[in-house]
Design a protein around this ligand. Structure first.
Ligand code: MOS
Length: 752
């Protein structure tokens, strides 16, 4: 594919680079979605169903409609026509909850929107929403946490297209398991988890004739435009979606939700801008969650530790109508060498809102199960868990029967073990102590998909020596503004502070979702090609402008480096800054466009492309007061070349902290009586915070993956959360002797 290209030492690529948007963020100048204000804006507050299963028999809006400042109470009869959306080509038209808001009178989950109050102020709208009287016919909701797979066909429709329920298969997993000398058969459970970005979901919708503009907190403006255009029967070019800053999303903001459509529908009816900001409680009900998973893992091995059989059968819950696919088996077929394997999934309908991608969807719960099973089997075999993994390292991706583009998992294990001091581990439970505390040491491996979405970008060189790079992708807090500036600077030689970055607007060249850890790898080729095209124009201008020092030369005689044009044969010393050449030609700017193709979901890949990593975890345990703490983490990540190690480390640290939450704290509980997520606030839904975060020692290996792009950069947003919960529960076992197979680990599990 791409030619190897040397990175000059002046390039910002690979250099720890503070966020180019840092100053506007810390000074409060960055405008998040709900910060945009427009004259005449009205405020919308949805009415939430207080049952999870049943029908609306009567909706009495008479009192609410007469309250001061109220413009309308919308419901099924008066919201106006909307259409459903459907999947298009590539990553287009994706939406987790296809049912339109108010489409029928059926309530299928607690908190479902059943009406919408719109008023002059937020307070008036909230009061009116509270004053809507609803009569229901109720049935008992099903939020049962024990899962039995529904009777689905072998091939099912999901949010992302058709899926075979047998994910992957080779050899004869049953027979090999039956005859394996050492076996493990365990079921691992991960709870429903709720995305809790600090920035609430928000939409402001503005109509001008048949043109719709939406300010939204979105991880994917291009897909958002496609979904909303379909819903409101508009050509795509009539819809504009703007997302300048996102206060994180964790996957919950990947695709549009029903409140986005409600804001647009209300604004259409009232002829004024309508702003709708969710409450924290609504964040638990209507904008997705990581589904509950129940995963049976069967492993068979020889006595000397060679895996002979692996079966991974997982079930997840889904809402009554939607088909989010939680791909828990994503990493299972390739992570270890095993001749006999089968991975299958089943689904169970529940009265809950639509499930959605949450940081490391699929592989994060999946690797918790399979890595836990690997640790348990290593224990049974009395083989060190690191050694056990090394013994089962595959030579190729045995699922796809393809070579890996770049896999350095063994180096992750080696470096991690060395930095952690793993060789000092004594395997007996409770055998390690420090300062009167019992220590537990655990580890796990991890993997995450590496691929590109389609992307386009535009690079401008300007006559004042500045540059602009534009791409309709988003910065969800991960550092995409900075990455775009780094890539443009690398190519144009323009220093970072002189590069304007434009993103988060569908009027820009179509960019990738900020999802799947794919934004960074996707934008690299597009920005590079755009810059190359701008530079090619520059060389033409240099040779054709009367009076140019390069007049009458051929573009081929010239080169461009560090922002200067020079004659190849003479070397860069006598170069002329591009700004001089533009000024001489009386040009304000030169522009170049670039594009890269998607590799995601490629039906005929040549390589298996993934990132890898290893976590080593220490916990401390004080049985006297039942206090468990994660006290130290070493994480080594093999994600190709890291564009910005500062932001990169920040991603892994954040993911590890989130992993402590996954292992020890986070779970969404649904009330069996009314189906409500009952811990629907940040006091009761406990996430890991600073006080829970131990010293985290992050290391990146540096093996550029040229299959992904010419820089060799894979994504790093999600991989840090994969595997960490298995490492923590293994450390908990080492300290306490208790194997917890249902997350999160609760103190009462350890008191037995
Ligand atoms: Mo990530 S769950 O793809 O935002």
């Amino acid at each position: 594919m791409a030619v190897t290209q040397e990175i000059p030492t002046t390039s910002p690529i690979g250099r720890s680079t503070p966020r180019v948007d840092g100053a506007v963020k810390v000074s409060g100048k960055a405008q998040y979605t709900s910060d945009f204000h427009f004259p005449g804006t009205l405020y919308a507050v949805p009415v939430e169903a207080t049952i999870a299963n049943g029908r609306i028999v009567k909706l009495d809006t008479s009192a609410a409609g007469k309250m001061p400042g109220v413009h309308a109470i919308f419901h099924r009869e008066n919201i106006g026509k909307m259409f459903r959306s459907t999947l298009g080509q590539g990553m287009e038209g994706i939406c987790e909850e296809r049912r339109l808001p108010f489409e029928d009178d059926v309530v299928r989950y607690y908190g479902q929107y059943i009406a919408l109050a719109v008023a002059d102020t937020f307070e008036a709208a909230k009061a009116a929403a509270d004053a809507v009287r609803v009569t229901y016919s109720k049935e008992k909701p099903n939020v049962e946490t024990h899962l039995e797979a529904d009777n689905d066909p072998d091939s099912v429709v999901t949010t992302f297209g058709m899926r075979e329920r047998v994910d992957s298969q080779r050899g004869d997993a049953d027979a090999a398991f039956a005859s394996a000398p050492v076996k493990l058969d365990q079921t691992y459970v991960t709870p429903a988890e709720t995305h809790n970005p600090i920035e609430l979901h928000a939409t402001t919708a503005i109509w001008e004739g048949s043109k719709l503009t939406l300010y939204d907190s979105s991880q994917g403006v291009v897909n958002f435009r496609s979904v909303l255009a379909q819903m409101f029967d508009l050509p795509k070019e009539n819809v504009r979606v703007i997302t300048k800053f996102v206060g994180s999303g964790f996957g919950g903001k990947l695709f549009p939700w029903t409140h986005c459509a409600l804001a647009a529908a209300a604004a259409r009816q009232l002829g004024k801008p309508v702003k709708l900001v969710l409450s924290r409680k609504m964040m638990f009900q209507t904008v997705g969650h990581r589904p509950l998973t129940q995963q049976r893992v069967r492993l068979g091995a020889t006595r000397d530790g060679k895996l002979v059989s692996l079966q991974h059968d997982y079930i997840y819950h889904r809402s009554m109508l939607d088909a989010h696919h939680e791909d828990c088996g994503e990493a299972t077929p390739f992570q270890y060498s095993v001749p006999n394997l089968r991975v299958t999934f089943g689904r169970a309908r529940r009265n809950v809102g639509a499930a959605a991608d949450m940081r490391g969807p699929g592989a994060v719960p999946g690797l918790y199960a399979t890595e836990s099973a690997m640790n348990e089997l290593a224990g049974q075999l009395k083989i060190d868990p690191v050694k056990f993994r090394i013994m089962n390292e595959p030579k190729i991706d045995e699922g796809l029967r393809l070579p890996f583009s770049s896999r350095h998992l063994l180096e992750c294990f080696e470096l991690g073990a060395e930095k952690f001091g793993w060789s000092r581990r004594t395997p007996e439970v409770g055998s390690m102590k420090r300062d009167g505390l019992i220590l537990g040491w655990g580890m796990a491996g991890c993997a995450w998909i590496a691929a590109r979405f389609a992307a386009a970008a535009n690079v401008e060189l300007r006559d004042d020596g500045t540059a602009r790079v534009a791409c309709a992708t988003q910065d969800i807090g991960t550092g995409t503004y900075t990455n775009l500036a780094q890539l443009a600077s690398h190519k144009t030689g323009v220093p970072l502070e002189k590069i304007e970055v434009a993103l988060g607007d569908t009027s820009l060249p179509e960019g990738p979702l900020s999802g799947g850890s794919m934004a960074t790898p996707s934008i690299v080729p597009a920005v590079f090609q755009a810059a190359d095209n701008a530079i090619a124009s520059l060389l033409t201008i240099a040779t054709t402008t009367p009076g140019s020092p390069f007049e009458k030369r051929k573009p081929d005689d010239l080169a461009f480096e560090g922002g200067r044009v020079f004659i190849k044969a003479d070397g860069p010393a006598g170069g002329v800054p591009f700004a001089d050449l533009l000024q001489r030609a009386n040009l304000r700017l030169l522009t170049g466009s670039g594009k890269s193709e998607s590799t995601f979901g490629n039906p005929k890949p040549k390589y298996s492309t993934h990132s890898f990593g290893a976590h080593f975890v220490e916990v401390t345990w004080q049985p006297e007061i039942a206090r468990l703490r994660v006290s130290r983490v070493v994480t080594v990540i093999d994600a190709g070349r890291i564009l910005n190690p500062l932001a990169g480390r920040n991603q892994i640290e954040g993911a590890v902290v989130m992993g402590i939450g996954m292992a020890l704290l986070e779970h969404t509980s649904y009330d069996p009586q009314n189906g409500a997520p009952i811990n629907s606030n940040l006091a009761d839904y406990v996430v890991a915070v600073n006080a829970d975060a131990p010293p985290i020692d992050v290391h990146f290996l540096d093996f550029p993956d040229k299959e992904i792009n010419e820089v060799g950069a894979r994504g790093i947003g999600e991989i840090g959360l994969a595997g960490i919960a298995a490492a923590i529960t293994d450390a908990v076992h080492h300290a306490t002797g208790v194997r917890v197979r249902e997350l999160p680990v609760k103190i009462e599990n350890l008191l037995a």
